[in-house]
Design a binder for this molecule. Structure first.
Ligand SMILES: NC(=O)c1ccc[n+]([C@@H]2O[C@H](COP(=O)([O-])OP(=O)(O)OC[C@H]3O[C@@H](n4cnc5c(N)ncnc54)[C@H](O)[C@@H]3O)[C@@H](O)[C@H]2O)c1
Length: 260
């Protein structure tokens, strides 16, 4: 385990999938990490494994769609870990929603987690950055489906396009305070969310899960699905000093699906 670098990173949705790989990677980079998740039991397990391996981590319960709760969780992490330097707005919901099936309830839920959650996170991090006066880094999860519309994902794609917009505006609004705001756009990553989407899309077409996965995976130039660690490596760059002159950008980590 690397020596601690004196910085604290807060990762939402850190209990599983891409978020778990991000907390593990940032811990290996030397960050003290807050594993922030709705599922506190799994978050605590991830934090314990990091502490057992000689890193520094704490599990924090958060519902990113609840503004007050997000502020409380960020304050708690800063207190426990002794500062606040990096926010990774990673938590997200990815339901499969053929266009005619979208309900008002689903719309509210998904936009509150994927879009409002990012805004509450930016506000809560900004409060901490103002206290420290040192600036900081905000890193948001979008998707290749937030760069180009994907089949059956009208609700999800819309939220992820919104995340790129919010990233660009926040980058401009916070730049003077030495705060950078960037986003990462994963492709087809082997996580519970993606297996669920592949299953649903396959079912909707009367086909199997593998067919559902290939609907999304067939255009990957590098010809393999993404591991969560592929994404965590890009987030490590965005969280570290080598990205200090980059802000407002979306890095696509998709094995070559979208080219811009
Ligand atoms: N898996 C992919 O292929 C893929 C592709 C592109 C983008 N993404 C994005 O990457 C991020 C992580 O995706 P994943 O595949 O690891 O997802 P996942 O569903 O496997 O894990 C998401 C985690 O977020 C937590 N979470 C859900 N709602 C929450 C809330 N309201 N508050 C706090 N935590 C909450 C869950 O408990 C879970 O631990 C998401 O934003 C997703 O949209 C994923």
């Amino acid at each position: 385990m690397a020596e601690l670098n004196g910085k604290v990173a807060f990762v939402t949705g850190g209990a599983q999938g891409i978020g778990k790989a991000i907390v593990q990677r940032l811990s290996a980079d030397g960050f003290a990490v807050a594993v922030a998740d709705l599922n506190i039991d799994t978050a605590n397990e991830v934090a314990k494994a990091i502490n057992d391996a000689g890193g520094k981590a704490t599990g924090i319960k958060v519902d990113v769609s609840d503004r007050d709760n997000f502020f409380k969780a960020v304050g708690e992490a800063a207190e426990k870990l002794g500062g606040f330097d990096v926010l990774v707005n990673n938590a997200g919901l990815g339901p499969t929603t053929p266009i005619d099936t979208i309900t008002p309830e689903q719309f509210d839920k998904v936009y509150h987690v994927n879009v409002a959650g990012d805004i509450w996170g930016i506000q809560a991090a900004h409060e901490q950055f103002k206290k420290s006066g040192k600036g900081g880094k905000i890193i948001n999860a979008t998707s290749q489906a937030g760069v180009v519309g994907n089949p059956n994902l009208a609700l999800y794609s819309g939220t992820k396009f919104a995340v790129r917009g919010i990233t660009q505006v926040a980058a401009r609004d916070l730049a003077e305070e030495n705060i950078t705001v960037n986003a990462y756009a994963p492709g087809i990553v082997k996580t519970p969310m993606m297996f669920d989407i592949a299953h649903q899309v396959g079912q909707n077409a009367g086909k199997d899960d593998e067919w559902g996965m290939q609907t999304f995976a067939k255009d990957i130039a590098l010809k393999r699905l993404s591991e969560p660690e592929d994404v965590a490596a890009a987030v490590s760059f965005l969280a570290g000093p080598d990205s200090n002159y980059i802000t407002g950008q979306t890095i696509e980590v998709d094995g070559g699906m979208q080219f811009h």
